[in-house]
Write a protein that binds this ligand. Structure first.
Ligand code: FES
Length: 137
């Protein structure tokens, strides 16, 4: 093997061995892939809910705290006529003040006039961030 061939071979070997690491480093943010940060745990804990408008092109309401076993995340746009529903902690449901529809924690319609459920998302806490899975949009 000539000197030039050897140098090229070593260079290729170095690049090819570090390529997976470089790819992993570049994709670590997107590896959690479909998860997008919508706020901080401090924001969520302050009110027990976190409303994010136009994320990225819809609204997301996350309900819970850092102490919750499971976070609830819905698109708070009422399926009846588009008002924004609010979380009712005592009743543990979402209420629309426009015409009185109510939705369960799973987005299901508990009371009309709405007939379609709210969109739901998966949410989690990672370090100090609240994440919502965006591929469900
Ligand atoms: S817009 Fe929500 S009940 Fe009509």
């Amino acid at each position: 093997m000539k000197r030039r061939e050897f140098i090229n071979w070593v260079g290729l070997a170095g690049i090819s061995s570090s390529l997976p690491i470089a790819i992993a480093a570049c994709t670590s943010e997107t590896a959690s892939g479909d998860w997008q940060t919508v706020g901080t745990v401090a924001d969520l804990d302050q009110n027990g809910e976190l409303l994010v408008k136009n994320w990225p092109n819809v609204n997301v309401l996350v309900v819970g705290t850092s102490q919750s076993e499971n976070l609830i995340a819905v698109d708070p746009t009422c399926t009846h006529a588009g008002c924004t529903v609010t979380w009712q902690a005592e009743a543990k449901n979402f209420n629309c003040r426009c015409h009185g529809s109510e939705f369960g924690v799973d987005g299901s319609v508990q009371r009309g006039p709405a007939t379609e459920p709210l969109k739901t998302y998966t949410a989690k806490i990672e370090n100090d961030s609240v994440l919502v899975q965006s591929n469900k949009i």
